[in-house]
Design a protein around this ligand. Structure first.
Ligand code: ADE
Ligand code: ZN
Length: 326
C-alpha cells in the first residue's frame, strides 16, 4: 500500500537539515553567496561521510541569515512533511546556526519559526514543536547559551532541549551544566547518542544527562543488558533508519536495510519511533521510511500505529496538543 497519506508523528527532524537544496540555492543567489561546491551536478547535496556531511550542512546554513529566512525555511520544510502525511513534528532548532550568540536575536528567530509553524498548521494541517539544540563539537561552554535560550523561551512552542553534532567529541558529562539547566526549567530532554558512539556513549548519556529520549541509540544493540535497561526504563529511541543506512551509522553496511537493528530493538520491547533526521541530505521522506520498513521487515498498519503511539507518548508537547493530533 502507499503510506504517503497515512498520518505520521515524527520526533527527530533538524530544521536546517530539512532544507530542500533548491531552497538553499535560491537563498544563496539572492544573497550573492557562492556555495555551489556543496551541490552535485544533479542539484542534490554533495558530501562523503559524516564529518563532511556536517561541513556541508554548516555551509548550507550560512545563507540562512535572518528571521525571515527561517520563516520561509519552516514553511518549505513543513509543506514537504505534510505532503508525506506528517501531522505532528518536533524539530531541532540550533541557535548557533541562527543569530550567532545573541539571545535577543534568537528570540526573533524563534518567533519567526513559531509564526511560520502556526501558518503551516492552518494551511497544511501539521503541528510543529521546537527543541532548542546545542552543537556538541562546538564544546561544553558553547552549549550553555542555547540551554539558557531554551529555558527562557519555554512555552507552547519550545518544549525541549537537545544536543546534536559530532558525537565523538567529549563525553556526555561534559555537557551536564546545559542539560541540568534545561531540565530544571521543565523542558523535555533528548540527546543524540549511539549513532557513531558505542553502547557506552548511550549509557553515559543516560546517567549524566538523564534524557527521556535518545536520538538514534541504535548501537545499543551491541549490549543486550543496555537494550533491556532501555526497555525497562521506557526510554524512547528516535530511530532514523534511512539516515543510518545512508551514512552507515552504528556499523551498518551502507545501503543495507536488513542490517538495521530496529526490528531487534523492538522485539526486545524498546520503544522505538521513526524519523527522517535530515531528509534531503539522505534522499528520504517519511513515506519512503515507511515503504522501506514494510519492504524490509514486513511491517503493516498495526506496526505503524504502534510506532505512532510511541511517538505521541514520548512527545514533549502538552496533553491537549497530543489529543488534537492523535
Ligand atoms: N545534525 C544534523 N544531523 C545530524 C545527525 N544525524 N547526527 C548528529 N548531528 C546532526
Ligand atoms: Zn539528528
Amino acid at each position: 500500500m502507499s503510506w504517503k497519506d497515512y498520518p505520521k508523528a515524527e520526533l527527530h527532524l533538524h530544521l536546517e537539515g530539512g532544507a530542500p537544496p533548491a531552497f538553499i540555492r535560491g537563498l544563496a543567489s539572492e544573497k550573492h553567496v557562492d556555495i555551489s561546491k556543496i551541490f552535485t551536478e544533479q542539484g542534490t547535496y554533495a558530501y562523503h561521510g559524516f564529518d563532511h556531511f556536517l561541513e556541508v550542512y554548516e555551509a548550507a546554513c550560512t545563507v540562512l541569515q535572518g528571521p525571515e529566512d527561517f520563516h520561509r525555511l519552516t514553511l518549505a520544510v513543513l509543506e514537504e512533511s505534510a505532503a508525506n502525511g506528517v501531522v505532528y513534528s518536533e524539530t531541532f532548532l540550533s541557535p548557533d546556526f541562527c543569530g550567532g550568540g545573541d539571545l535577543a536575536a534568537w528570540r526573533d528567530y524563534l518567533a519567526a519559526i513559531e509564526s511560520a509553524a502556526d501558518e503551516a498548521e492552518a494551511k497544511f494541517g501539521i503541528t510543529l514543536r521546537g527543541i532548542v539544540t546545542c552543537i556538541r563539537h562546538f564544546g561544553p561552554d558553547k552549549a550553555k547559551a542555547p540551554a539558557i535560550c531554551a529555558a527562557e523561551t519555554k512555552g507552547r512552542f519550545i518544549t525541549g532541549f537537545g544536543m546534536a553534532g559530532a558525537e565523538m567529541v567529549g563525553r556526555p558529562g561534559d555537557y551536564s551544566w546545559a542539560f541540568d539547566a534545561a531540565r530544571e526549567a521543565g523542558l523535555g530532554i533528548t540527546c543524540h547518542a549511539g549513532e557513531w558512539g558505542g553502547p557506552d556513549m548511550i549509557a553515559d548519556t543516560l546517567r549524566d544527562l538523564r534524557p527521556s529520549r535518545i536520538g538514534h541509540g541504535v548501537s545499543a544493540i551491541r549490549d543486550l543488558a543496555l537494550v533491556d535497561q532501555l526497555a525497562e526504563d521506557g526510554v524512547t529511541l528516535e530511530v532514523c533508519p534511512g539516515s543510518n543506512v545512508f551514512l552507515g551509522a552504528a556499523g551498518i553496511k551502507v545501503g543495507d536495510w536488513h542490517a538495521h537493528p530496529i526490528e531487534k530493538l523492538r522485539a526486545r520491547e524498546v520503544k522505538v519511533t521513526i524519523s527522517t533526521d535530515d531528509p534531503p541530505f539522505f534522499g528520504t521522506t517519511m513515506t519512503k521510511e515507511f515503504e522501506m520498513l514494510e519492504k524490509t521487515f514486513g511491517w503493516n498498519e498495526d506496526d505503524f500505529a504502534e510506532l505512532n503511539r510511541n511517538a505521541l507518548d514520548a512527545a514533549f508537547c502538552d496533553a491537549a496538543t497530543k489529543e488534537a493530533v492523535a
